[in-house]
Ligand binder design. Structure first.
Ligand code: UD1
Length: 342
């Protein structure tokens, strides 16, 4: 066992899970990855192993299956869990809320229950900037009031944050950190792991890379009549490798007993707003490819602008987004191209 300790990563084969596993192992942690491959596949685990040059512990387990999850707790010693396993398609959650509430909350409750029962102290929850909704002041700090969720997906993030807060308050020896991610994009520089959306991508960057690759004919830009400098929405696009490192910093903080309160929240972003149009243009320039695009109507539920105040994460986690946006966009394109070579 590693001196630094072992981390259970649920949803380990996903976009953020794979990159975080790589970062944890590189930082000296042992990792137990679990995933039910509902939105990923064994090639994601192979990608992680290729980057690390060694095998990682992986078990195909559905976190909604309490019995199977209990087996993981019985077989492996770890102090910390990073819980990624969840559905994340906003539109689908509106169409089928029960699917989202069941999957995202049952899996989470199982994790929390077993962490308490097996006296494993640290829970890191994968939250989202979606909890801020259409914030009144920008950039948002962790103190900015949350807005009522506009989708069941967003609501599962808010509920999960509250459950963690209450558990930390009630149970001795139980600690929690919620990381609120802004817009994670890019891929590992090796192009061996990245984002693998099934079907038509909902998120901007996978749609851009698929359009550049000729899989999609044309990118639709949802609205150019927002009250922003170029009329398109502003977001805070955080490189996936930087985001993975934020998890390592948060785990370090938990295992070294540096938490100031039992439950803490951190924004994980760059602090820099970028418009949709600007992102498309930057992608084209950085990669020397064209992304055919057209302006269409607004997408329901989109907020005009949201970006992070990252002071707290910078100061308390000693973490800062470092990667240059052009490098991130080049990595996203390299990953997309690599997919078609296979
Ligand atoms: C979305 C979710 C958010 C979730 C996150 C996960 C909504 C309202 N929010 O964030 O809750 O945590 O994904 O990654 O769905 N855009 C286009 N054309 C496209 C796709 C996107 O113009 O084909 C625009 C959107 O209008 C938005 C920006 O690109 O302004 C980013 O969109 P997206 O990547 O879907 O992320 P968010 O909507 O910010």
């Amino acid at each position: 066992m590693s001196k630094k300790g072992t981390v259970l990563v649920s949803g380990g084969a996903g976009f953020i899970g794979t990159h975080t596993t790589v970062a944890l192992v590189e930082a000296g942690y042992d990792v137990v990855m679990i995933d039910n491959f509902s939105n990923s596949g064994p090639s994601a685990v192979e990608g992680v192993e290729k980057i690390l040059g060694r095998k990682v512990t992986f078990e195909e387990v559905d976190t909604c299956d309490e019995k199977a999850l209990r087996g993981v707790f019985e077989r492996h010693q770890f102090d910390t869990v990073i819980h990624f396993a969840a559905y994340k398609a906003v539109g689908e959650s509106v169409a089928d809320p029960l699917k989202y509430y069941r999957n995202n909350l049952v899996s989470y409750m199982n994790i929390l229950k077993l962490m308490k029962e097996f006296k494993r102290p640290n829970v890191l929850f994968s939250s989202s900037a979606t909890v801020y909704g259409d914030a009144e002041t920008l950039p948002v700090t962790e103190q900015t009031p949350r807005q009522e969720a506009t989708s069941p997906y967003g609501n599962t993030k808010q509920i999960a944050e509250d459950i963690l807060r209450d558990c930390c308050k009630a149970y001795p020896g139980f600690y929690g950190i919620a990381l609120r991610y802004f817009n994670p994009i890019g891929a590992h520089p090796s192009a061996l792991i990245g984002e693998l959306p099934r079907g038509v991508p909902n998120n901007l960057v996978p749609f851009i890379t698929q359009t550049a690759a000729g899989i999609r004919e044309c990118l639709s830009i949802f609205g150019n009549d927002y009250n922003t400098p170029d009329g398109t929405c502003l977001r805070d696009y955080i490189d996936i490798v930087d985001l993975a490192k934020a998890h390592v910093a948060a785990v370090d903080r938990m295992v070294s007993g540096k938490m100031e309160t039992k439950y803490e929240i951190f924004n994980v972003g760059t602090g820099k707003p970028v418009s949709v149009l600007e992102l498309v243009t930057r992608f084209e320039k950085a990669n020397g490819v064209k992304v055919p695009h057209k302006i269409v109507g607004r997408r329901a539920g989109d907020v005009p602008a949201v970006w992070a105040d990252t002071t707290l994460a910078n100061e308390k986690l000693g973490w800062k987004a470092e990667r240059d946006l052009d490098d991130t966009l080049r990595a996203a394109w390299a990953w997309e191209q690599n997919l078609h070579k296979k």
